[in-house]
Design a protein. Structure first.
Length: 555
């Protein structure tokens, strides 16, 4: 199937009275063998200079494919355009030659990808990656590129980062990596910035900072933004206009204020109303807690000098105590680097720690490896990214059976099949899915598989480390409902780690707020949300729930 226009190498025209970007009747078809699948169906929209347009929808709605079509980054000829036109400053992009597209990509159109850790090259320093954009498009000398790099770092709020240009991506926080991606995208002062889920995996306070940064840069540089996201809180904070996509079709488009106040399409109403229900505690704490921690510390030594002497410590977890009772959920919240995941790893004795940790009445700190191995059947963990935690080479059945086999459970083939089918049915997946592989499932389904893997061992305690952060809001709601249902049925105890306070409010009986390795506030969920005492807790809640719209700024 051919594209809708022939190659066109004419220079970009600048029709000031026409939209900066005009997408008309765009369709995208993926061809695999004899099969064709239309993933974008006759979509039309435009973006004016200085405007933010949000494309929203659940995973698989076609929003990212539409954005990649603008940049002509789809895997052609597997992908094709049976219909449509994409005009940027009057120039047709569909069918344009690679040389013509190279003058536009990264120069006139910049792009921020969803996950900076996978978008940045782990083998190259930050200096090399940012300067590459300037050397390639601007023909700058290395000295000129370094000077421009300092300007860009100041622009994205990394003025203190100048001495760390030799750092590698893994040495930066999530917020710093995302700011570096923004600096790279803005290096050549583009006219259009495409931001594909730029804040999905970030803490609420970092998310707020990135959104404020984008709004500030937009007002200063006058660039247009095409925002791809499933987070309607983000959309309400930054978008002037909104286009809603469902299964490849544009089902509703309007200015942000009107769309949120009066959504017309049922799917738009579904997205807006997809909020996790506030947790209603059904039971008081039991007498005997499942998990007790007293004065737990996890300090990582910093060694310097020829003799590698310890000169100081990074206090990831600093003197924390907690008590977790059967059938209840403790929510642990805080920014990246606050120590919440390290605390969970210490509870499972996966990192060295001091203090006292008691699980089911037994002191795990004094246990030997073999004793602890037997106890670990009762404590399981579900990770943030199911695609990364599920082996792509193993079938779902093999993944779920990994735990029972590792613990030496003497199950015959019939017993294994029965247990796997039951585990999948518990998480509301079809038993026949056990023969498939992780890449054949959606993000929400993969997370259900990860939960089934934990559940098959019938644990008493499950650590949930950001299990919903990468999921669409509607899928988040389904996952929260599933976890709450499993907790009621099997009397499960959860330690729930998250930066999404809306999800925490729907899951937790009690909340513990961490900052820089310490607990700054803790208490019942209702008390924390209705009357937060600590300034940091107030900041987190404000960043998560404050909603504003830019409609008034555009009038």
């Amino acid at each position: 199937m051919s594209t809708s226009s022939a190659p066109n190498d004419s220079p970009v025209s600048d029709a000031a009275d026409s939209p900066l970007l005009q997408v008309n009747d765009l369709s995208v078809v993926f061809t695999q063998g004899d099969e064709e699948k239309e993933v974008v169906k006759r979509v039309s929209f435009s973006i004016e200079r200085g405007e933010t347009l949000a494309l929203v929808g659940e995973s698989g709605s076609g929003k990212s494919v539409t954005a990649l079509s603008v940049m002509q980054l789809l895997p052609y000829p597997v992908a094709s355009h049976p219909s449509g036109s994409i005009l940027f400053k009057g120039k047709e992009l569909i069918g344009a030659s690679q040389s013509a597209l190279r003058t536009i990509r990264g120069d006139r159109i910049g792009m921020i990808f969803q996950e900076p850790m996978t978008s940045l090259n782990p083998l190259h320093t930050i200096e090399k990656q940012v300067s590459e954009v300037l050397l390639l498009h601007k023909g700058m000398s290395r000295d000129q590129a370094r000077e421009r790099m300092h300007e860009l770092l100041d622009l994205v709020g990394l003025s203190r980062f100048h001495k760390r240009l030799k750092a590698y991506p893994h040495q930066l926080s999530g917020g710093q990596r995302q700011r570096i991606m923004i600096a790279m995208a803005l290096a050549n002062e583009p006219d259009l910035l495409i931001a594909d889920e730029p804040t999905t995996a970030l803490d609420v306070t970092i998310q707020a900072q990135i959104l404020e940064l984008l709004a500030d840069i937009q007002s200063r540089l006058g660039l247009a933004v095409l925002l791809i996201t499933h987070d309607l809180t983000v959309v309400s904070n930054v978008a002037h206009r909104v286009c809603v996509m469902q299964e490849g079709e544009l089902v509703e488009a309007n200015d942000a204020a009107t769309l949120f106040a009066n959504p017309r399409h049922p799917y738009t109403q579904h997205l807006i109303n997809a909020e996790p229900a506030v947790r209603v505690t059904a039971r008081a704490p039991a007498d005997e807690p499942v998990l007790v921690a007293e004065q737990v510390k996890v300090w990582f030594p910093v060694k310097k000098g020829l003799m590698r002497r310890t000169v100081e410590y990074i206090k990831a977890v600093d003197d924390i105590s907690l008590s977790l009772h059967p059938g209840r959920t403790l929510g642990v919240v805080g920014e990246s680097g606050s120590g919440k995941t390290t605390l969970a790893m210490a509870m499972l004795k996966l990192v060295p720690a001091s203090g006292r940790i008691s699980f089911l009445g037994q002191n795990v700190m004094t246990m030997k490896r073999r004793e602890l191995r037997n106890l670990r059947r009762q404590m399981q963990i579900v990770f943030q990214d199911p695609y990364g935690s599920l082996s792509p080479r193993m079938s779902v059945e093999q993944i779920i059976l990994e735990g029972p086999r590792a613990h030496g459970l003497d199950w015959n083939a019939a017993k294994e099949e029965h247990e796997v089918c039951q585990a999948l049915e518990r998480v509301e997946l079809d038993a026949d899915s056990r023969f498939r592989y992780p890449h054949e499932f959606s993000g929400g389904q993969r997370q259900r598989i990860a939960i089934a893997r934990a559940m098959i061992l019938q644990p008493k305690l499950i650590m949930l480390d950001e299990p919903t952060s990468a999921l669409d809001r509607a899928v988040q709601v389904q996952t929260v409902e599933l976890l709450n249902s499993l907790q009621r049925q099997y009397d499960l105890t959860y330690l729930f780690i998250s930066h999404d306070l809306k999800v925490v409010r729907a899951m937790a009986d009690e909340i513990m707020v961490m900052k820089a390795g310490k607990v700054v506030e803790s208490g019942p969920t209702a008390q924390i949300f209705e009357n937060p005492r600590h300034a940091y807790t107030q900041q987190l809640i404000s960043a998560a729930f404050e909603v504003r719209t830019l409609q008034s700024e555009t009038d």
